[in-house]
Design a protein around this ligand. Sequence first.
Ligand SMILES: C[S@@+](CC[C@H](N)C(=O)[O-])C[C@H]1O[C@@H](n2cnc3c(N)ncnc32)[C@H](O)[C@@H]1O
Length: 276
Amino acid sequence: MSDVELTEDEFHRFIALIYRVSGVRIPTTKRVLITNRLRRRLRALNITKFSDYYALLTGPKAQGEMPQFLDEVTTHETYFFRDAHHFEWFGNEFLEEMQTQARLRKRPKGFKVWSAASSTGEELYSMAMKLAEQRAAFSGWDITLLGTDLSMASLQTAREAKYDTRSLRRLGPPERKKWFDPGATPETWVLKPEVKALAKFKHHNLLIPTRDGPFDCVFIKNVLIYFDPESKKTAVKHLIASLAKGGYLVVGPTEGIFSMLDPLEKLKPWLYRMPA
Ligand SMILES: C[S@@+](CC[C@H](N)C(=O)[O-])C[C@H]1O[C@@H](n2cnc3c(N)ncnc32)[C@H](O)[C@@H]1O
């Protein structure tokens, strides 16, 4: 089976399919990587020809295999407190503003946060940790921390909340001890139940509008970089529509969407706000 080559034509059909379903534009330089990833699926399914696999993905049983296909061909790299300053802002300014607005009765005691391509959950749980540090101040509040992703396997990991040391690379021993219980091996860590309970995860494709908003804060990081301008535009339109009045959008450094954020007020190079 490992001898079977992916033809140029087949490669282009697969990357066109990835684009149609997810908005992710795979560069043609990634052919070897994609071939190897697809081979893994062929092996798992005992299929010998790439053309048969393509037929499966575009036939009546496509829904059964599509999540595993997308898991293989997209990037899920993430870790706790990636871009630490985003979480400092969230833990200090954002949460402080929520408190002030509630005190002035400009909002009920509640808010909603969305990690819009949450992968395995580290981004959302980093926010949950910031919230947990102030749990007394937010006691009795109605708070939603929602993580969504296209990848079912990533969502499963997020729900299990078991991580390896790579994900905790930005956390020193005191933080590791504070937020995690030891896992089955010295390299694995289990998020404390009280932090895990603050977040929830569900499947969502950024190419379609969400019905879970309006959100007071949305994180969109390290995903739209893989989209082409057309699918970026679609995703950005839905992200902007998901924001509450006065809601914040935190944008990753490489998203390439800054020119599309006109309806929002720019507060920092990475922080935008829907006018109130
Ligand atoms: C590199 S991870 C980013 C994780 C996190 N936001 C961060 O910055 O660390 C990108 C994630 O985007 C997800 N993704 C790709 N296309 C998507 C789409 N159309 N809708 C929702 N999620 C998508 C992938 O499954 C992957 O888990």
